[in-house]
Design a protein around this ligand. Structure first.
Ligand SMILES: Cc1cc2nc3c(=O)[nH]c(=O)nc-3n(C[C@H](O)[C@H](O)[C@H](O)COP(=O)(O)OP(=O)(O)OC[C@H]3O[C@@H](n4cnc5c(N)ncnc54)[C@H](O)[C@@H]3O)c2cc1C
Length: 384
């Protein structure tokens, strides 16, 4: 039997692949055939995606919760931010997966094969032969979204490890309705830790412990710390509804790893979608997917995830370097920065769409001595 041939094979069917599929369907693009190959046999509620977005947005039907205010805290002192323009929003992954799968099932030009692990890709003239654990396919183009380790520059690099429980409590005395983004910032064994607590309504909470560290932190270590956090926040008689563990790389992808082939594209985490200074990627993936749909509409070739703006890359690199050199005072660095930075400048910086005056405010908000020391150190190193 002849191998099936399509215009695009998407390797991996996670956030970036499904975001692209959604955009293609929403824009009625039916002139190209797509096959998404995903190794998982079924989607589970494995994560949640949060980000800041303006009040009315095109993800409305996916957002299950949003907060106007958000906070950071160090040793009991709280900094609360509130924006009139942006909300902190929450998407439950299973809703995103289920809605995407339903749309794909009704589409005529996109197929999603679950339980197919891509084993090998062989370049054949201008096409690719993709071999999975089940079948072989030909594609004119590849979009690779399989996250890989060892693709990051060694320096600067940190791991963001986190473990979260979504819990339901019988009763909770101190009701709060804002997102605790970095709560109780602290250092333990030279690693930076903080809690992340989202009130989900109806006595439900997402409560996470997160670390920025030079080595990834195991589930077991995080679990005992999370239990302490749950206790310290007076959550009693709770039931765990969902668990979420992740290790997100905070670093810069080596550029020479990309092939020069014009019909091989990189997206998602593999394409550099994860913001090195924060670990946020969801909105950046949506931006890439929208851009691809626009290109397809105009019969232009697709694109890999876009390279970062130079200023953002430089600031992220500097911020990461400052953190790595000063992990033992990271709570102070974040606290000082978050106390000084105006809310909307912070959000625009996090979203990658800061304006010129936002950059000035960002630089002004950094703890000066540490910031200058890192800059001087960098300058001296370049001089040698
Ligand atoms: C637990 C967690 C929580 C996160 N929360 C946030 C958040 O709140 N906000 C935010 O902005 N970002 C967040 N991120 C970062 C980022 O948004 C996600 O990691 C996002 O899922 C990245 O999308 P992706 O398509 O690159 O990777 P994935 O969604 O992981 O998709 C890659 C897919 O490739 C499949 N795959 C791998 N190898 C193969 C193979 N050989 N053959 C076939 N399939 C394969 C995998 O099974 C997977 O489904 C989070 C990440 C994690 C891990």
């Amino acid at each position: 039997m002849k191998n099936q041939q399509v215009d695009y094979i998407v390797l991996g069917g996670g956030c970036s692949a499904l975001s692209l599929a959604n955009q293609i369907i929403d824009n009625n693009i039916d002139g190209y055939s797509f096959l998404i190959l995903e190794s998982r046999k079924k989607y589970t509620d494995d994560k949640s995606w949060c980000f800041w977005l303006e009040k009315d947005d095109n993800l409305k039907n996916l957002i299950s919760k949003s907060w106007k205010s958000f906070s950071f805290s160090l040793k009991g002192t709280i900094i609360k931010h509130r924006s009139n323009k942006y909300y902190y929003k929450y998407i439950r992954s299973i809703e995103f997966y289920d809605k995407s799968v339903k749309k794909i099932k009704n589409s005529t030009n996109i197929s999603l094969n679950l339980g197919e692990k891509v084993i090998k890709i062989i370049s054949k003239k201008k096409k690719y032969l993709v071999c999975t654990n089940k079948k072989k396919y030909f594609a004119k183009n590849i979009i690779d979204t399989r996250p890989k380790q060892n693709i990051y520059l060694k320096h600067p690099f940190l791991f963001q490890s986190f473990l979260g429980y979504e819990i339901k409590v019988n009763k909770y005395k101190s009701n709060f309705n804002f997102a605790k983004i970095m709560d109780n910032m602290r250092v333990k064994h030279n690693n930076f830790f903080f809690d992340y607590i989202l009130p989900m309504g109806l006595n439900k909470f997402l409560i996470e412990i997160t670390s920025f560290s030079k080595n990834s932190i195991s589930v077991n270590t995080l679990q005992s710390m999370l239990n302490s956090t749950i206790k310290a926040n007076n959550f009693q008689n709770y039931k765990v509804i969902r668990k979420e563990y992740g290790v997100i790389p905070m670093g810069f992808i080596k550029e020479n790893l990309r092939t020069n082939k014009k019909n091989y594209f990189y997206a998602g985490t593999l394409g550099g979608a994860v913001r090195p200074s924060s670990g946020y990627a969801f909105l950046r993936i949506q931006k890439w997917a929208i851009e691809c749909a626009n290109l397809l509409k105009n019969n232009k070739p697709l694109t890999s995830h876009q390279k970062e703006k130079v200023i953002i890359k430089k600031l992220d690199m500097l911020f990461l370097k400052i953190l790595i050199k000063n992990l033992n005072i990271a709570p102070y660095i974040f606290f000082t920065f978050l106390k000084r930075i105006p809310t909307d400048s912070f959000i625009r910086f996090m979203n990658g769409n800061a304006r010129n005056f936002d950059y000035i405010k960002i630089i002004y908000s950094m703890p000066k001595r540490i910031f200058l020391k890192t800059l001087v150190f960098k300058f001296e190193k370049n001089e040698k």
